[in-house]
Design a protein around this ligand. Sequence first.
Ligand SMILES: [Zn+2]
Length: 384
Amino acid sequence: MEKCFARHYATGEAVEIRYSSVIEGVDSLIHPPSQPLPFVAPGWIDIQINGFAGVDYNTPKTTVEQIGQSLDAQARLGVARLFPTLITNSYEEIAGSLRVLAEAREKLPHGAMMDGFHVEGPYISPEDGPRGAHPQRWCRRPDWDEFQRWQDAAQGHIKLMTVSPEWEGTTAFIERVVRTGVVIAIGHTKADSAQIDDAVRAGATMSTHLGNGAHQQITRHPNYIFDQLADDRLAASFIVDGIHLGAAFLKVALRAKGIERSVLITDAVMPAGCEPGFYRLGEVEVELHPPGDRVTVRNHWRLAGAALRMDHGVSNLMELVGLSLRDAVTMGTVNAARAGRVAGRQRGLAVGERADLVLFEMDPDTKSIAIRRNIVGGSTLFES
Ligand SMILES: [Zn+2]
């Protein structure tokens, strides 16, 4: 049994947390120490991350060792659990990438940080705008047999799939997939109101990066953004880098969804955390622009994923939207766990939950966060 002393992220109260691989106790300190304590929160959970620090999850050429390096880099930022995310591609590329990820999850000492895999596409809109930077030629209708073969390649670790209900046959596909325990999200879509409603009835429970992966111009109403914003049966994830979504949309969206249905994701791509310059993401040439916070298709305005980190996302929610630390952390931890069905992480700092604890200091003015220690499943993976 180990313990740490810190300030509870939700209350500011000084607490002693006792833990093994799970949290054994959370007690208020009757005599808090006089020196300032760092905050403690549940470790961040990112259910949409395509790569990081030069490591791309979207190719079978990536090695187990490289995946380990990307996990180390994430651990330094306070991330406890993540869903490596694969975008639209051929059957073989996706299957091969899933095989490598499953092998890495098995072999790496901290492989369990990869709580599940997110397959975003290829059953999404082929249309310019909704498909974002996904290669058009691989966008296709849902295929149950193909999905099953991917799940086999992933050794059962696909936990989240993003689809567009604009394809015929999506409803039946969603019904079958959710029966296997996989979460279905709606995203990269131009679906109409009825198609979105059908998808939700069939079992879709989330919207992927709502407000992005959309046309530059849409009908003022009805449209697929309002339809999803208004549906209380859907949680929604948001890319909070200050680039993908403006502060006004974020404020409105978070009020419409309620904090309890809102999830912070990074949607980071391989160049995130690297030097600005040109990179290759599968078939697409991209540019990471200085100072390293924006990734676009080369010579094009179109965003190709983000260069966001979870600790910055939490800060941005406070800075851009005015959320409290408690709400910002909740979006990147408990809500992500609920939307992605991450076991042992849905109740926050509670006895019996996995001992994923991040200790950090926060500048009260800028809200910038400095990670001091990251404990994942009771083991310290990073300490500064
Ligand atoms: Zn996307």
